[in-house]
Design a protein around this ligand. Structure first.
Ligand code: SAH
Length: 408
């Protein structure tokens, strides 16, 4: 066959394996800084990109959007990582990691002791879609949630160890989102010799971080700032910690002089860790292993009363479609919790689903208070810790919000 009749390969820059053309829908969002291209928004793919490959993205009119990582199976076909034409190579990784560490350092989050438990890298918020790295004392926990990061995982771990000086590493690749990219679930110690738990001192309290078996990567690092806020209010109050996990809120409140602490969670292992922590701290906490909804019904019948209630439920919805059902669940929780709140009492209510904004959360609390026939004042709005940066161009990065309200 004469050479002239061979199909001409699409002209991509070195390291770029394809070009993705968007439909009109999606183009606007991505041109304004949102980094996800959904499969349903892809008009055409040039080249033959494989999972984890770098691709160039263009809008419906051919406008350059930037470069992203291709996934052949996830709903999110491309995760953009740069507005420029550049490859996600070791130079890029090194630069992004430096920026992530510099940001936290500038905020004082990496100072010894404060930095005993801190998120070092958080995915899209740090320009590295699908990479999570946390520091727990002299250990690091890493998660690779996308095929792009999975493929570069060895290089990333080696860069992180070099830049942070943390040589001991636990791999927590057991987050179910990995299944969306057909990645296997696993957790293991990559470097060092490790046994759960690692005791982490935070604001004078020892918390059991279970880096291998705990929820998330061991602790709820996103709640760090709220632990400080809530503990400052606890002195002399009867505290109720709903969805307590290992009872971090209770442990802080007890240390701050709460008159009593009751922690409710359905996870036996979480409560077992909480008990061990309370024993170390000499804290008297009433641990209840039960479904919060059932417990609330009983507590209401028994006319129990509390002066500080923490409501920190898991996300009741993973999709927009389940919003209505989730709202009903959240409403019931607030209604029942408010009936246990003594006059002058405080409620710290958190929502960790990015499907609800702060405005909606306030409205929901307002509706429940009206139905419960109590008047609430909003003392303060609460949010995720600064080591989980919020990018205004990516609403999904602002997921944890809360309201601190006071009953009249
Ligand atoms: N407040 C905790 C984090 C809570 S995470 C902290 O700061 O560490 C949500 C917790 O809710 C998990 O521990 C989970 O076990 C628990 N949970 C989920 N559904 C529940 C239910 N219906 N009843 C009781 N606990 C529940």
């Amino acid at each position: 066959m004469p050479i002239g009749s061979l199909p001409v390969p699409p002209p991509f820059s070195p390291g770029i394996c394809g070009r993705v053309l968007l439909q009109q829908q999606g183009t606007h969002r991505c041109l304004h800084g949102h980094p996800w291209i959904y499969r349903s928004e892809v008009a055409q793919v040039e080249g033959d990109p494989q999972d984890g490959d770098c691709v160039e993205a263009r809008g419906a009119r051919g406008d350059r959007i930037g470069c992203g990582i291709w996934s052949g199976c996830s709903q999110i076909a491309v995760r953009l990582y740069s507005r420029r034409e550049e490859v996600l190579d070791s130079t890029f990784l090194s630069r992004q990691l430096d920026q992530a560490l510099a940001y936290r350092n500038a905020l004082g989050l990496l100072k010894p002791h404060d930095a005993d438990a801190v998120r070092l890298v958080w995915s899209e918020s740090d320009g590295l879609p699908g990479l999570v790295a946390d520091r727990y004392q002299d250990w690091m926990v890493v998660q690779f949630l996308t095929s792009g990061m999975e493929r570069r995982s060895r290089e990333i771990v080696s860069l992180l160890r070099e830049k942070t000086g943390l040589s001991q590493v636990v791999l927590r690749n057991d987050a179910p989102v990995r299944l969306q990219e057909k990645l296997p679930l696993e957790k293991k110690v990559l470097f060092g010799s490790y046994h759960d738990p690692l005791w982490i001192r935070q604001n004078g309290v020892l918390l059991p971080a279970r880096l291998l078996e705990g929820q998330k990567t061991g602790l709820y690092l996103d709640q760090g700032a709220n632990y400080r806020e809530v503990r400052s209010l606890a002195s002399g109050r009867r505290v109720l910690d709903l969805f307590s996990y290992q009872g971090a809120f209770s442990l802080f409140c007890s240390a701050a002089g709460a008159s009593s602490c009751t922690a409710v969670d359905q996870s036996a292992t979480a409560l077992q860790s909480g008990r061990a922590a309370a024993e170390k701290a000499g804290a008297a906490i009433n641990w209840v292993e039960e479904n919060v909804f059932d417990w609330l019904r009983r507590a209401q019948q028994e006319k129990q009363q509390y002066d500080l209630i923490i409501l920190d439920p898991p996300s009741f919805t993973k999709t927009k479609a389940q919003r209505a059902a989730a709202l009903r669940g959240y409403h019931e929780l607030h209604l029942r919790a408010l009936r246990l709140l003594a006059s002058g009492g405080l409620l710290a209510s958190f929502c960790c689903s990015h499907h609800f904004g702060l405005g909606e959360w306030k409205e929901l609390i307002g509706r429940a208070s009206w139905e419960a026939n109590v008047t609430l004042r909003l003392r303060k709005t609460l949010g995720q810790s600064l080591d989980h940066p919020i990018l205004p161009t990516i609403p999904e990065t602002e997921y944890l919000k809360g309201c601190l309200v006071e009953r009249e």
